[in-house]
Design a protein around this ligand. Structure first.
Ligand SMILES: C[S@@+](CC[C@H](N)C(=O)[O-])C[C@H]1O[C@@H](n2cnc3c(N)ncnc32)[C@H](O)[C@@H]1O
Length: 220
């Protein structure tokens, strides 16, 4: 591990807005008591998750924009989460925190029917068919999200990957779910959504490569 990465890992534990699970995926829920995040936020405002948050660009930008909502960025990579955590502390944002864990365990950290919105920002597309189960919009993951989402809760995916986008839309179709909104090119279509112009670290790289950015939202 590089020195910078090691320093960030050591600092993670000390950062008040970063919670780490770090255990291998257990068969039974364990780790945090439910309600752990309410102790941090000290309010009952709606909870919005950014999954695969990396450096937490959406979590931080949305937290600034919507002080009456709470945001939780989730990713397994500690050195990336560190960047989001540090940015939130620097901006003195009290309505954003980060959880370092596998998203595979997401329902172990949140009560059923408790999450208002889920953003999935530029998740790895896992193009090989043998890895399809790892895609964050695979049926397995959608079932996990359904457990924790409120009845009218929404999932929003932003991606540069045509393959992941088509896979997600087809998966919804198989479940007889009609998307709320489909945007094929965020920077060419008139979608009327300010939030879509927040750019993540990976998004900036994809835009430099001339890739188009897609978005879909849906209920489960
Ligand atoms: C391509 S990066 C995108 C990061 C960020 N959203 C952005 O746009 O800059 C994908 C992120 O998803 C995370 N990730 C992928 N699968 C995951 C899983 N099952 N659990 C936790 N994190 C995961 C990776 O660690 C990585 O940081």
């Amino acid at each position: 591990m590089s020195k910078g990465k090691l320093e960030k890992f050591n600092e993670l534990a000390a950062m008040a807005n970063i919670f780490e699970d770090g255990t291998p995926i257990p068969t039974e829920p364990k780790g945090f008591e439910m309600g752990w995040h309410r102790e941090y936020f000290k309010n009952d405002n709606p909870i919005v998750l950014e999954l695969a948050c990396g450096k937490g660009d959406y979590a931080v930008a949305l937290a600034e924009k919507y002080p009456d909502k709470n945001f939780i960025g989730v990713d397994i990579k500690g050195n990336r989460i560190w960047v989001g955590g540090a940015k939130a502390l620097e901006k003195d944002l009290k309505n954003v925190l980060f959880l370092r864990t596998y998203i595979d365990k997401i329902e172990h950290f949140f009560e059923p029917n408790s999450i208002s919105e889920i953003w999935i920002t530029f998740p790895d597309p896992y193009l090989k068919k043998s890895k399809a189960r790892k895609r964050l919009t695979s049926p397995l993951f959608l079932e996990r999200y359904k457990k924790i989402l409120k009845k009218d809760g929404i999932v929003q995916l932003k991606t540069d990957s045509n393959e992941l986008f088509e896979y997600t839309i087809e998966g919804l179709d198989e479940k007889k779910i009609t998307p709320i909104k489909v945007v094929q090119n965020v920077y060419k279509e008139d979608h009327g959504m300010d939030q879509l112009f927040i750019q993540t670290y990976y998004e900036k790289m994809h835009l430099e490569d001339g890739r188009s950015i897609k978005y879909v939202s849906f209920r489960l």
